[in-house]
Design a protein around this ligand. Structure first.
Ligand SMILES: [Zn+2]
Length: 120
């Protein structure tokens, strides 16, 4: 499972089945992130938080990711932001409950259906 499942920027830690849903736990690989306010690179961890987006189904099973993300402390004393959370916009955008590739797949399915209906 770990071998075939790919999520850029994340390492799969654990995977298990819960009531027919495949749960995949992963954590971020990068050790530092840039403060969105002052652009200072920081690796000082403040805390961890979890995101639980839905991902593409595997073998017709729904997939829920449990992503362990870091909240970092900005080390720039002049910065207005004291902590910030790391982001992975290539995998999931802020506040989204679905991964980008799941959203993309849903969009393509929708367009295919529309195309077929259009042709009659
Ligand atoms: Zn900063």
């Amino acid at each position: 499972m770990e071998e075939i499942y790919e999520l850029v920027g994340f390492t799969v830690m654990n995977t298990f089945n819960q009531n027919g849903t495949q749960i995949i736990e992963a954590q971020t690989e990068q050790t530092s992130a840039r403060c969105p306010v002052c652009q200072q690179q920081s690796s000082r961890i403040h805390s961890y938080y979890f995101r639980r987006p839905q991902d593409l189904p595997i073998c017709d099973k729904n997939v829920i990711l449990i992503l362990r993300m870091r909240r970092l402390r900005c080390i720039n004393k002049n910065c207005t932001r004291s902590t910030f959370s790391e982001e992975y916009p290539q995998v999931i955008t802020k506040f989204s409950r679905k991964t980008n590739r799941l959203k993309q797949a849903s969009l393509e399915l929708h367009l295919n259906l529309e195309g077929r209906l259009g042709k009659g």
